[in-house]
Design a protein around this ligand. Structure first.
Ligand code: NAD
Ligand code: LMR
Length: 329
C-alpha cells in the first residue's frame, strides 16, 4: 500500500531557486523513492500566473510521487496541514547589497509566514529557511510561531558546507566523497567560518593534509564565504540550482538522518554551545537521527577558530538587535 503523501510547502515558488527545487522534490530527491509528496506553493499575487506555468511543467513530468499540487497567495490556506515548509521566497540580494540591507525588506514576509505556520501547520512541522538573510529570517519566523517548538526552525548553510567540501577536495586533488566532517559556523553571510580544522580528508585531519595555513586563511575561507557574491557577479543573479540542491539535501537529512560517521552543517537555535548566545540561529556541526538535530559537542577550538566564530556570531547578534528594534520579534 502506498504511503500517505507528505505535505511540503514551498514559498517563492515562481522564483529561480524553485524552478529547480520543485522538480527535485517531486522526483523523490527529498524524501526518497517510495514517499509521495503533495506540493503547496505560495507566491505573491502578481507571480501566480508564472507559477501556473511552473505547475504545467510539473504536470508534464508525470512524476509518480507527486500526488497533488496546490498554489495560492494566502499563507494560511497554503500552509494548512503542512508537514515540511521550505521558506525560499524573499527578495534576493543584488550586486552591491549586503544581507543586512535585506532585514527590513524581508521582515514582514517572515513575520506573517511564522504566524500562519503557527496557526495551521501540522503538529510535526519542520521549517527550513533559505530566503536571505536566512538565519535572521528563521529567527523572525520562529519568534512569531510560539506554539511550534523552536527546534523545528532552521536556516540553510548546507550550500556553504557543499562549497567548502568542493574547494578543499579540489585543493587536495581528491574526490568530494573523500571529504567529511566539514563545518560551517555562524551566519550564512560573508562572516561565516568554514572550518577545516575538524574536517577530514580520507579520515585524516584536513588542515594537516593541506598543511598550508596561508591558503586556509587567505583563499579557502574567503572563497567559500564570498561565493554567493562571486556567483551574483558572474551570473547577474544569485545562485539557484546549487541553492535548490542544498535545500533538498538539508531537509532530506533533517527528515531521514545524517549518514553514520559524519555530520553536516545547519543553522539552528543555539542552546549556548560553543559560547553562541542561546536562541540565535547559528550554524553548527550537527548530527540528525529520528528528526532530532544534535549539535556535535566537544570540538576543540583554537584562538583562530574562536575569533572567526565570535565575529560571525556578533553579526547575528547585531541582526537580532536590529529586528528587535524593528519590532519583528
Ligand atoms: P527570486 O527573486 O527568483 O524568487 C523569489 C520569489 O519569492 C519571487 O518569485 C517572489 O515573487 C517570491 N516572493 C516574494 N515575497 C513572497 C511572499 N511574501 N510569499 C511568497 N513568495 C514571495 O529569488 P531566488 O533566486 O529564488 O532566491 C530566493 C531567496 O533565496 C533569496 O532571498 C536569495 O537571496 C536566497 N538564497 C539563499 C541561499 C542560501 O544558501 N541560504 C542561496 C541562494 C539564494
Ligand atoms: C548564496 O550564498 O549564493 C546566496 O545567499 C546569495 C547571496 O545573497 O549571497
Amino acid at each position: 500500500m502506498s504511503k500517505t503523501p507528505v505535505k511540503v510547502a514551498v514559498t517563492g515558488a515562481a522564483g529561480q531557486i524553485c524552478y529547480s527545487l520543485l522538480f527535485r522534490i517531486a522526483s523523490g530527491a527529498l524524501l526518497g523513492p517510495d514517499q509521495p509528496v503533495e506540493l503547496r506553493l505560495l507566491e505573491i499575487t502578481p507571480a501566480l500566473k508564472a507559477l501556473q506555468g511552473v505547475v504545467m511543467e510539473l504536470d508534464d513530468c508525470a512524476f509518480p510521487l507527486l500526488s497533488k499540487v496546490e498554489i495560492g497567495d494566502d499563507a494560511k490556506k497554503v500552509f494548512d496541514g503542512v508537514n515540511l515548509a521550505m521558506l525560499v521566497g524573499a527578495r534576493p540580494r543584488t550586486a552591491g547589497m549586503e544581507r543586512g540591507d535585506l532585514l527590513s525588506a524581508n521582515g514582514a514576509i517572515f513575520t506573517a509566514q511564522g504566524k500562519a505556520l503557527n496557526e495551521v501547520a501540522a503538529d510535526d512541522i519542520k521549517v527550513l529557511v533559505t530566503g536571505n538573510p536566512a538565519n535572521t529570517n528563521a529567527l523572525i519566523a520562529m519568534s512569531n510561531a510560539s506554539d511550534i517548538p523552536n527546534e523545528r526552525f532552521a536556516a540553510l548553510t548546507r550550500l556553504d558546507h557543499n562549497r567548502a567540501i568542493t574547494q578543499v577536495a579540489q585543493k587536495a586533488g581528491v574526490a568530494v566523497t573523500s571529504v567529511s566532517h566539514m563545518t560551517i559556523w555562524g551566519n550564512h553571510s560573508a562572516t561565516q567560518y568554514p572550518d577545516l580544522f575538524h574536517a577530514q580528508i580520507d579520515g585524516k585531519n584536513a588542515a594537516e593534509v593541506i598543511n598550508d595555513q596561508a591558503w586556509i586563511a587567505d583563499t579557502f575561507i574567503p572563497t567559500v564565504a564570498k561565493r554567493g557574491a562571486a556567483i551574483i557577479e558572474a551570473r547577474g543573479s544569485s545562485s539557484a540550482a546549487s541553492a535548490a540542491n542544498a535545500t533538498v539535501e538539508c531537509l532530506h537529512d533533517w527528515a531521514l538522518g545524517t549518514p553514520a560517521g559524519d555530520w553536516t552543517s545547519m543553522a539552528i537555535p543555539s542552546d549556548g554551545s560553543y559560547g553562541v548566545p542561546e536562541g540565535l540561529i547559528s550554524s553548527f556541526p550537527v548530527t540528525i537521527a529520528d528528526g532530532k538535530v544534535s549539535i556535535v559537542q566537544g570540538l576543540e577550538l583554537d584562538a583562530f577558530s574562536k575569533a572567526k566564530i565570535d565575529a560571525s556570531v556578533a553579526e547575528l547578534a547585531d541582526e537580532r538587535a536590529a529586528v528587535t528594534e524593528l519590532g519583528l520579534i
